[in-house]
Design a protein around this ligand. Structure first.
Ligand code: PLP
Length: 367
């Protein structure tokens, strides 16, 4: 069996480093925020090339705080992609604002900057480009359009730790960038976790307060805040893991290059595109085919697990019916939802396993 990802193999390789780090937190008596989380914040900000990092308890919390710190609230509209995990849109709703979707670019499946013009209104306050599958959205034109109307750009980098655009790291180009450390992400905790990076001192201060009940100092609540604090155990584990992230990205990129080579030229099979000037970190390696469901069943019979990122765009989810969108509103995203199929990819995946997957696909296509 070749799984879509293998968290047990991942842990086994790191166990000698993670266990002492966890045990030392358990012995320390400090279980929430504290030294381990602060050090992780410093390390992660340095990795992204930003001044500040605020660790929280999930990627969703990170998005929520970033929106609040940017001043987004009731009556505002926030533009984002319909081809994302539902959390992007949910965080906009948590902030009291309304999600407004624009379609995605057919090559990269990230927010299409050409579509922004028709979506911006007097109520638009922010744009959340989603760095889907590990590739950054086309930030240049997005930032240009945003600055023209004084809009905040908040990056949803929950799938894109270490991705780059023109040499700049994911999270460092907008006013803030949001990350998730859900276990299956490219940098994953052993539980939940998230983080916001920013260069803005004022927004940093607001987010630091909001994640810890809005406290300026103990029991002095300047803002109506939340319990969005990161556990010390997760901070310690993430510090250990961050030191390996570049080697994992290199491994993912090598396996993606293997897939690119082995699968090129197969009829009706589109491969993911790495746009010029970007570094894709392949959180997901998604091929596209009109016979997606047949191929998925065939691979399952061959013992190869696949995923769907995502089968239903957010604007067609039952929970977001109140926004008033209908089928046909975002044809590029809708077609992607019918056609994408995520193949196994993770740092421990061996080159010969990629060959097995490619051969199984060929057996189906040429059967
Ligand atoms: C995972 C993810 C989130 C949410 O992160 P959680 O840590 O699960 O809350 C948000 N946006 C995108 C694009 C994601 O992939």
């Amino acid at each position: 069996m070749i799984p879509l990802l293998d968290l047990k193999a991942h842990y086994a390789a790191l166990r000698p480093e993670i266990e002492p780090a966890v045990l030392s937190v358990l012995a320390s008596g400090n279980y929430v925020l504290g030294e381990q989380v602060q050090q992780f914040e410093r390390d992660f900000a340095a990795y992204c090339g930003t001044r500040h990092a605020i660790a929280v308890n999930s990627g969703t919390s990170a998005l929520h705080l970033a929106l609040l710190a940017a001043g987004v609230g009731p009556g505002d509209e926030v533009i984002t992609s319909p081809l994302t995990f539902v959390a992007t849109a949910s965080a906009i709703v948590y902030a009291g604002a309304q999600p407004v979707f624009v379609d995605v670019d057919p090559e990269t499946l990230t927010l299409d900057p050409k579509r922004l013009e028709e979506a911006v209104t007097r109520r638009t306050k922010a744009i959340i480009p989603v760095h889907l599958h590990g590739q950054m959205a086309d930030m240049g034109p997005i930032l240009d359009r945003a600055s023209h109307s004084h809009l905040h750009v908040i990056e949803d980098a929950c799938q894109a730790h270490g991705a780059e655009y023109g040499g700049q790291r994911a999270g460092s180009m907008g006013v803030s960038g949001c990350f998730s450390f859900y276990p299956g992400k490219n940098l994953g905790a052993c539980g939940e976790g998230g983080l916001v990076v920013t260069n803005d001192d004022r927004q940093m201060e607001i987010m630091r307060m909001l994640r810890d009940w809005g406290q300026e100092q103990r029991y002095h609540h300047a803002l109506k805040g939340f319990n969005y604090r990161m556990d010390a155990v997760q901070g310690a584990i993430l510090r250990v893991k961050l030191a390996h992230l570049e080697e994992w990205i290199a491994a993912r990129r090598a396996r993606a290059a293997d897939y690119d080579r082995l699968l090129s030229g197969i009829p009706h099979l589109r491969l993911p595109v790495e746009a010029p000037g970007r570094r894709h970190v392949y959180h997901v390696y998604a091929v596209r085919t009109p016979e997606r469901d047949d191929l998925r069943r065939h691979l399952e019979r061959e013992g190869i697990q696949t995923g769907l990122h995502y089968p239903i765009p957010v604007h067609l989810q039952k929970a977001f019916r109140d926004l008033g969108y209908a089928e046909g509103d975002f044809p590029v995203a809708e077609a992607a939802c019918r056609e994408v199929l995520s193949l196994p990819i993770y740092p421990e995946l061996a080159a010969d396993q990629v060959e097995n997957v490619a051969e199984a696909i060929m057996r189906d296509v040429y059967a």
